[in-house]
Design a protein. Sequence first.
Length: 340
Amino acid sequence: MAQKQRQKAMTKVNLEGLHIVKVRSKSGKRVEYHYAFRGGPRLTEKPGTAAYLREFQRFAKAKPVEALGSVSALIEDYRRSAKFLKLATSTKRSYTTALDRIGAEFGTMPIEALEERGSRAEILLWRDEIAAETPRTADNTVTVFARVLAIAVDREMIMRHPLQNIEKVSKASRRDVIWLDDQIQTIMAKSPQTIREAFLLALHSGQRKGDLMAMTWDQWDGEALKFKQGKTGAVVHFKPHSDLRNMLNTMKRPSVRVLTNQSGVPWSGGFDGVWRKNLQKLNITGLTFHDLRGTYITTAYRNGTTIPKIAEVSGHSERDCQSIIRQHYLATDVLNETQV
């Protein structure tokens, strides 16, 4: 018994770094492929045999990570690149989450393995595992990975880009999802005041959540709103819907920030949890806070705002605004662009 335990412990140490890929063959049978390390050579001997262990050890000794670098090194190069550093703060946060996820999964993969046949398939298998739960997260993560590899190609660290022309697995852009009138009424009638304030501000301004959470009272003069958008750097100045004007002019001001929690303290990451719980309580599914940006387009158009002004305020293109209005507001009518 003690001898078996020693053998088991030795095998575990000796097989450190072993990478096993489980896939389903065309016949439907589950099969396993064993590699000496992620991105490394495939083992051909039968698992559990002495020949298998010797083969693994031979390949493991030749592992070229130290000499050639790894995906982790590429990630760090990307973090230091001008393309990453010039991103908006909110985008950097999103990209950092994706980079951490990529590093955890592929950080030890040798750079040269990216150019080997099969690397693309392995990355896409991983993407599909994420997509089974969150398709948009899967797409966003692979998009960031592709940008990391683009830097590596540009600097001639690799000559082949394994993630070119990757199709998205998420079915549609959130830009095509909007809140309907009855859902808006439910939020306004049955939600806590702090949620209603954030909701109405988003609904009638079309701004991103990060910009709304950072909004201070000096951006409101009693009649018009002013934002410097964090993602684009664009400055927008506009007069919002009367419902929003009335709300802002009657709100208490416990902080320099406009949006606060029930204690009068600016939201610092807790908003998302409160928001999700509120939607669950109201049995509202399939909608996000971000979807209020697209909803603003149809709401503003209904209230008489021109498409060029809607595009300027929201940051969408005029073409996207027209598409959303056709789909959700005009239904089968044809948009007469000369009248807007």
